[in-house]
Write a protein that binds this ligand. Structure first.
Ligand code: PMP
Length: 393
């Protein structure tokens, strides 16, 4: 059975271009970039090039890029580090209700440490309520953190508008751009973004490596102590092959942004229209237009998302319910709940996330199987309802 992977928001396969770039650093060029001899210098050159590539892609300076173990770390560091370094200016942080747990749980921790956090609502399409941002911003607000694009429903936020408000009020603005890099143009200096998190494995790059951009002059406390790496702010021997791969992956993602987005957007819209034509009681979650080109989040009435996910898996199709990070828990997705989606429809939500190599044939096959699977589950659901009805009589 040929397997079809439509879970690219959870992680993506490593591209051969990226692997080729990494290979020397996994083999012959194994040096420690901190060593002064030739082995060290070769490794350091690889790390330097990666930093330059990411800076170029983001429109910032190389010394504003810090390598991390991924976006979870970047988010934890950005929030903790900026909040603590700027505490003398105020203790209020603004974020949204639909952020990734690495933001939400760090905010909860900061609340326990005495910071005040406002969690902004979103509208029914997943857009952060800018009116609330304007309302809640106050003289003691030191940090705003709003994701560029949501990992579950794909809604792309009005980042420029939020950055403008932050700038006007002299508040530091961080964005979790993990899902947006390669789909949304983010020129951090031009847009006035002060800090940004990204991750390699969402971009056909390696896992366990990411970056945090911090604008020169923004105060942030170190994440790890004990070495000079990353300007002394994030100590520890650098993950050289990972960093090299990340640099290449970011370069490719921004180089190919127009072609990839166009291709995926076409397939995404084709997929949505096919499903809508053929499966009744289906709802698209998230913004109809302002959404990631690879994201399709659908709720199927009278179907449990988890059961559909397993049934599709038996047919060789990999998708996810809510977000991969929250699957396995029976609670409804915090994102769909914040968007006001009814609990039964939230239970029926499935995320299909396309990749840059997804084909029309694959989409056609998925639609065919989806029609069968939804029908099957609805029959079971209707049958069990009649049984329950009979038992109740
Ligand atoms: N933020 C968002 C929006 C994400 O989608 C993810 C990955 N699920 C993360 C942060 C965490 O990234 P990483 O896996 O690199 O820690």
């Amino acid at each position: 059975m040929n397997k079809i992977y439509l879970d690219n928001a959870a992680t993506t396969p490593l591209s051969s271009e990226v692997l080729n770039e990494m290979m020397p650093y996994l083999t012959a060029d194994f040096g420690n970039p901190n060593s002064l001899h030739s082995f060290g210098r070769i490794a350091k050159a690889g790390v330097d090039l990666a930093r330059e590539r990411i800076a170029k892609a983001l429109g910032c300076e190389p010394n504003e890029i810090y390598f991390t173990s991924g976006a979870t770390e970047s988010n934890n560091w950005a929030l903790n580090g900026i909040a603590k370094a700027n505490r003398h200016k105020g203790n209020h942080i603004i974020t949204s209700k639909i952020e990734h747990p690495s933001i939400l749980e760090t905010c909860k921790k900061l609340e326990r440490e005495g910071f005040r956090v406002t969690y902004l609502d979103v509208d029914e399409m997943g857009l952060v309520r800018i009116d609330q941002l304007l309302h809640f911003i106050s003289p003691d607000t030191i940090l705003i953190s709003i994701m560029s694009a949501n990992n579950e429903v794909g809604t792309i936020q009005n980042i420029q508008a939020i950055a403008n408000i932050a700038k006007e009020k002299n508040v530091i603005f961080h964005t979790d751009a993990t899902q947006a890099i390669g789909a949304v143009n983010l020129n951090v200096h031009e847009m006035g973004i002060d800090a940004l998190s990204l991750s390699g494995h969402k971009l056909n790059g390696p896992k366990g490596v990411g970056a945090l951009y911090v604008h020169d002059g923004v105060m942030i406390t170190p994440f790890m102590n004990g070495g000079e790496q990353e300007s002394g702010l994030r100590a520890g021997t650098s993950n050289v092959p990972g960093i090299v791969g990340l640099g290449k992956a970011v370069e490719i993602a921004t180089r190919d942004i127009i072609a990839n987005s166009k291709k995926m957007r076409g397939l995404r819209d084709y997929f949505i229209s096919k499903v809508m034509q053929n499966i009744e009681l289906t709802q698209l979650n998230g913004h109809p237009v302002q959404r990631l080109p690879n994201n399709v989040n659908l709720s199927f009435g009278m179907v449990e998302g988890e059961s559909l996910m397993y049934l599709l898996d038996l047919n060789g199709i990999a998708v996810s319910t809510g977000s991969a990070c929250s699957s396995g828990s029976i609670e409804n997705s915090h994102v769909l709940t914040a968007m006001g989606i009814a609990p039964d429809l939230a239970q029926g939500a499935v995320r299909f996330s396309l990749g840059k190599n997804t084909t029309k044939d694959e989409i056609d096959f998925v639609v065919e199987k989806l029609i069968e699977c939804v029908e099957k589950l609805r029959k079971v659901s209707a049958l069990s309802k009649t049984q329950v009805g009979k038992e109740d009589e």
